[in-house]
Design a protein around this ligand. Structure first.
Ligand code: SPD
Length: 426
């Protein structure tokens, strides 16, 4: 039966999950399958979905190859659609079966556009011709690979040129992508942690707000913060006599030293006491009243960071703070993580007292919704605004060449939209 195209609908089972979750490898395999079959690639676009799954399509002069993978089931569904006699889609089928290390595969071939049912209609092709691509000397090949962080309702995608680091540590999946818009980007278990181009917002805001509010900070502790950004900002404060950082995952430190050196620069600084250990254990064993500022620079409340969002942990932080001590945490997005957001503010209030807990906001484009919150909880009377020496804050920002924090941002960050105030009863 003569037809315009051949469409092979393919199922691959029992594939290697890691392969099916590697967007770069999947793209290379799909492009390789096209070339092997004799096709000419025009462009390709691929997305990685967090935490797992890849979708993509390779457009060829002879039609297209498309894929969606479910790594958690070792399953990939693939469409191989070719027109003309010069390309054999069954070669692509075999090539991909090997590339995905599939235990078995099945395929059904459909003839598309049966000639017996078609009538040719002539029309004026000149009106449709893409004169530009003809002038430029033929088809333009483009390549799009995307990282996507998503839940079931919202997704954030960043185009990248490949993965620079990919390790499963004892705690989480540690990856670094080379994104086109935000430079190198660290993700943990598929969630964006920091990028070279917008990291300063988070790190300046989590650090300078408490350190420029506390009357005389001498000893500071960072829990988490393995990328080094918070430590880098802390070390700008010359009055600090001791800066301790406790990060649980040495792979995070390794990845950032290798691929995010501007963020990780402080990790080698002799003034930083860097401990690779469990922060919860460290806080539990630390002496009462031993720190003036404790910054909890955690990941989201899943995986290894879950315990950093618990009542018991915050009680211990309260205990190790000095009388004027301040605890700062990254407190998620009021829009995106509203349940966690509300719950943790209730907990802070129950430990520090409702009138000693404040929320402040900053705008971080690579985090879900872009609106990110930090909590400020004072053991004594260190009010985040009344205690602010604006002149000192302005001079600090200018002399350090900061990119986000200044005295006006310090004040305005505590101005909350009504919906956020309502969520935390303020
Ligand atoms: N969803 C993003 C939460 C990230 C919080 N921590 C970032 C670590 C940067 N030092």
């Amino acid at each position: 039966m003569a037809s315009l195209g051949r469409h092979i609908i393919v199922e691959y089972y029992d594939c290697t999950p890691e392969i099916l979750n590697d967007v770069t490898l999947i793209q290379e395999s799909m492009e390789g399958a096209a070339v092997k079959a004799g096709a000419t690639i025009i462009n390709s676009t691929f997305h990685h979905f967090s935490p797992y799954g890849v979708s993509g399509v390779v457009v060829i002069e002879e039609s297209h190859l498309a894929i969606h993978t479910w790594p958690e089931f070792g399953y990939a569904s693939v469409d191989l659609f070719t027109c003309g006699e010069s390309v054999d889609p069954w070669i692509s089928y075999q090539y991909l079966k090997e590339a995905f290390e599939a235990g078995h595969g099945s395929a059904v071939e459909l003839k598309r556009g049966e000639m017996a049912l078609l009538t040719r209609k002539d029309f004026d092709v000149k009106q449709l011709r893409d004169d530009k691509s003809a002038e430029d000397g033929g088809p333009i090949r483009t390549k799009d690979v995307w990282f996507t962080e998503r839940d079931d309702k919202i997704a954030l995608s960043l185009k990248h040129d490949g993965k620079l680091y990919d390790e499963q540590s004892g705690f989480q999946r540690v990856e670094v992508y080379n994104t086109q818009a935000y430079g190198n980007m660290l993700t943990l278990d598929g969630m964006v942690m920091t990028t070279e181009k917008d990291e300063y917002v988070y790190h300046e805001m989590i650090t300078h707000i408490p350190l420029l509010t506390h009357p005389n900070p001498k000893r500071a502790l960072i829990i988490g913060g393995g990328d080094g950004g918070t430590a880098r900002e802390m070390l700008r404060h010359e009055g600090l006599e001791e800066v301790v950082m406790v990060e649980i995952d040495d792979k995070v430190i390794e990845a950032c030293k290798m691929h995010l050196p501007t963020i990780a620069s402080a990790l080698e600084d002799p003034k930083l006491n860097l401990i690779v250990d469990d922060g919860i254990k460290y806080v539990k064993e630390a002496a009462s009243g031993s720190f003036d500022v404790v910054v909890v620079d955690s990941t989201d409340p899943v995986g290894p960071a879950e315990g950093l969002f618990s009542v018991d942990f915050y009680k211990e932080v309260y205990r190790i703070l000095s009388d004027d001590g301040i605890m700062i945490t990254q407190s998620e997005s009021p829009r995106f993580n509203n349940k966690v957001f509300k719950e943790i503010y209730e907990v802070y209030g129950s430990i520090f007292g409702q009138d000693k807990v404040y929320c402040y906001l900053a705008y971080i484009p690579t985090y879900p919704t872009g609106m990110w919150s930090f909590s400020y909880s004072a053991k004594g009377n260190a009010h985040p605004l009344n205690g602010l020496d604006k002149e000192k804050s302005r001079t600090f920002s200018e002399s350090q060449g900061l990119s986000y924090y200044n005295e006006a941002i310090h004040e305005s960050a505590f101005a909350l939209p009504n919906f956020v105030k309502k969520m935390i009863n303020q």
